[in-house]
Design a binder for this molecule. Structure first.
Ligand code: 2PG
Ligand code: MG
Length: 399
């Protein structure tokens, strides 16, 4: 039932003004559309983003080669379709067709299947017993590869642990506003900027930034009456030169970095630290996990790149205790789900995530709900960020 009839590929804008791909899948009884995001602080172990010639070549390959392979296939055969995409590519890392083309196709197929069954995407993927929604992680202050002149640490996030997603989303947005107010007080008359994800950027030091955001989280906690915690994405791969982590005020060895983060985590009661160490600094990851893994979520992003194989290695070594899940790092929905299930089977928490370059596609809200992810990292404000947050509020209402 529900054979795919047509597949359309087009180049569209992302939130940074770069080109990305949108895919439409038309089947006998359904229609599905999805778009791919893109990263700035990408991990070396992610699948290739695009065909060698970039977005335009991926779109051409989609039109000339992918579409004809999908036409006639039952849209409900998600795993087979995802395998077909990998086989058609043939490189093992989507270097020929582009991981972003693959992921947009894979998600558009899932949307079309859900539509043909008259189900919302989360219900199609997760079934009748979906009940636990992910906690929103909202980026409120930062720098790194996402902003000019900000902190070395890429993201300072608010994580509201409210009784509902709706209340949590508003608490995170409140922290975003309070951070602006506190920055204006601290730097009177100076202009403030925003990074790619809508987080504030200011000429503030890494520790002062933690202090300021932790304070803003405390104000939110007082106002809303539930816990609001600080979370970091250090994006340490961007700081690592092969020997040391380079900060504006000096270098840190891997051991120094572990001490620095352990101290910050304790001082500011930090809920989670993502990419506290570089993508191949496995020893550092194991050391940090031994040191604070029992009290702090240590989330591997560039470390795992949503790959079941890299996650398996981390589980074996005792590196990290949580994983960031970005479907376009691995290229298909099936592989994304494989990673989420492997994580949950081994006691690793999952945080489904946007990329710094985004569209208004809200698939990650549905995936996070369907598979019971612990968290969803998708910004605090901004059109392409609230697309996901508001969709989660709708899902919550439906449940
Ligand atoms: C990250 C992401 C999203 P990018 O590092 O976690 O915040 O950034 O998409 O640039 O990799
Ligand atoms: Mg990250």
């Amino acid at each position: 039932m529900g054979a795919i009839q047509e597949v359309f590929f087009r180049r569209i804008l992302d939130s940074r003004g770069n080109a990305t791909v949108e895919v439409d899948v038309v089947a006998e009884d359904g229609f599905g559309r999805a778009a791919a995001p893109s990263g700035a602080s990408t991990g070396a172990h992610e699948v290739a983003a695009w065909a060698p010639g970039g977005v335009e070549e991926s779109v051409r390959v989609g039109r000339e080669q992918v579409a004809q392979e999908l036409v006639g296939v039952d849209v409900l055969l998600q795993r087979e379709i995802d395998d077909l995409l990998a086989d058609l590519d043939g490189t093992g890392n989507f270097a020929k067709i582009g991981g972003n083309l693959a992921v947009a196709t894979s998600l558009a197929v899932a949307r079309c299947a859900a539509h043909s069954l008259d189900l919302p995407l989360y219900a199609y993927l997760g079934g009748a017993f979906v009940s636990r929604l992910p906690r929103p992680f909202g980026n409120v202050l930062g720098g790194g590869a996402h902003a000019v002149g900000g902190t070395d640490i890429q993201e300072y996030m608010a994580v509201a642990l409210g009784p509902t997603v709706e209340e949590s989303v508003f608490a995170n947005a409140f922290v975003h506003k309070e951070v602006k107010r506190l920055l204006k007080e601290k730097y009177p008359g100076q202009s403030l900027g925003k990074g790619d994800e809508g987080a504030w950027t200011a000429p503030i030091g890494n520790v002062d930034a933690a202090e300021l955001v932790a304070h803003a989280c405390g104000l939110a906690q007082d106002k809303f009456g539930f816990e609001v915690r600080l979370a970091l994405d250090v994006a340490a791969t961007e700081l690592w030169d092969g020997k040391a982590y380079g900060y504006k005020d000096g270098k840190k060895t891997s051991a120094d970095q572990v001490e620095f983060l352990a101290d910050l985590a304790k001082r500011y009661h930090i809920l989670s630290i993502e990419d506290g160490l570089a993508e191949d600094d496995w020893d550092g990851w194991v050391a940090l996990t031994k040191r604070i893994g029992s009290s702090t979520l240590l989330v591997g992003d560039d470390l795992f790149t949503t790959s079941p194989e890299r996650l398996q290695k981390g589980i074996g070594l005792g590196a990290a205790n949580a994983i960031l899940v970005k479907p376009n790092q691995i290229g298909t929905l099936s592989r994304t789900v494989e990673t989420i299930q492997l994580a949950h089977d081994n006691g690793y928490k999952t945080v489904i995530s946007h990329r710094s370059g985004e569209t208004t596609d809200d698939a990650i809200a549905h995936i996070g709900a369907a598979f019971g992810c612990f968290g969803i990292k998708t910004g605090a404000v901004g059109g392409e960020r609230i697309a996901k947050l508001n969709e989660l509020i709708r899902i919550e209402e439906e449940l």
